[in-house]
Write a protein that binds this ligand. Structure first.
Ligand SMILES: C[S@@+](CC[C@H](N)C(=O)[O-])C[C@H]1O[C@@H](n2cnc3c(N)ncnc32)[C@H](O)[C@@H]1O
Length: 310
């Protein structure tokens, strides 16, 4: 991977320069005081709705592409779904639930592949894109995935979640709910990002970059991989597959970094954009600058977990 070749000294410098750039353009103290609760998560995704469609995917996919085997951007966004499809077939699923379903794009893609399977999607604030509302075997609902009372116990063969569990401030509650709704032989598939080092092993700059990235992406706390897996274990889930996908999401992150740099390039334009655009949109530039560097420094990573009930 091209970026892993960068020396740690170059990456240290890069992180320091980016933190300086952020400091010059934003009030870091003010940003650090922001509280990332469900209201903020809801607001973040509503404000960023058109930006995701415009800059990321017109089909409404909101997750990062997986650039495996030189796939195109379009194909990279389908890689998660190919993996989920494999598990749908493995468990001969009849009922599938997506948590944090966003615009409904993932479920609709799978629902069209499997017209005989019932798909349900739950999202905190986002409605499905217009064309997705007509798909007969997909039901999209609005709600918080920490409360899954609307679904019958043991009713799903497969539950999946792509880049959304990181927003949960209460994993214990969430995993307990999922456990109840999964059939005994059902599977849970999670794709998400984590820190791979403890806070105590991070440098001062890395800690600041972590906190700023959390605020920029409406995440209460990016957990470590170890904390996440411990919470799964506590909820009686067994990890049957785990894959480090970090190198495959890095091209997407570097794309975000490039976009963020273009925002900071002309100071007068940066100042104008800051006054006319909502802060929840503008602050993506902070995450765009920092997240790829944290990944290149190998303090953060992106993983697939497949889980079954014990
Ligand atoms: C990065 S987007 C990913 C969307 C979708 N999984 C995809 O791959 O395109 C994260 C989504 O999680 C949703 N989300 C965050 N917290 C949630 C919660 N507590 N309950 C339900 N959805 C939530 C957000 O509204 C947002 O649509």
């Amino acid at each position: 991977m091209q970026t892993i070749m960068k020396s740690s000294k170059i990456l240290e410098e890069k992180l320091k320069n980016y933190l300086d750039l952020i400091n010059k353009n934003f009030s870091i103290d003010k940003l650090l005081q922001e509280k990332e609760d469900l209201t903020q998560v809801r607001r973040y995704y509503l404000v960023n709705h058109f930006a995701y469609l415009l800059f990321h995917s017109r089909k409404g996919f909101m997750h990062m592409g997986l650039y495996r085997d030189g796939v195109s951007k379009k194909e990279s966004l389908l890689e998660h779904l190919k993996i989920i499809d494999k598990y749908i077939n493995q468990v001969r699923a009849r009922n599938v639930l997506e948590l944090g379903a966003g615009n409904g794009a993932n479920c609709v893609y799978l629902a069209m592949l499997h017209p005989d399977i019932n798909f349900k999607g739950l999202d905190l604030s986002k409605k499905p894109l217009n064309p997705y509302r007509r798909i007969k075997n997909y039901i999209h609902e609005i709600g918080d995935y920490h409360q899954l009372d609307r679904y019958q116990d043991k009713s799903f063969d497969l539950v999946f979640a792509i880049e959304t569990i990181c927003h949960s401030p209460n994993k214990e509650k969430l995993f307990g709910e999922i456990y109840k709704k999964l059939k005994n032989d059902g599977l849970m598939v999670i794709f998400d990002g984590y820190f791979t080092k403890n806070l105590s092993d991070l440098s001062k700059e890395e800690i600041l970059a972590k906190k700023l990235t959390e605020k920029a992406l409406a995440v209460d706390n990016f957990e470590t991989l170890r904390e996440f897996e411990a919470a799964l274990k506590k909820a009686n889930f067994q990890i049957i597959k785990k894959e480090d996908l970090t190198q495959y999401v890095l091209p997407t992150m570097l794309g975000f970094e490039k976009l963020a740099l273009s925002f900071f390039k002309v100071p007068i334009l940066t100042r104008i954009l800051k006054t006319i655009l909502p802060f929840d949109l503008i602050k993506n530039s902070i995450a765009g600058l920092l997240i790829s560097t944290l990944v290149e420094k190998r303090v953060a990573g992106y993983y697939l977990h497949v889980l079954k009930k014990t």
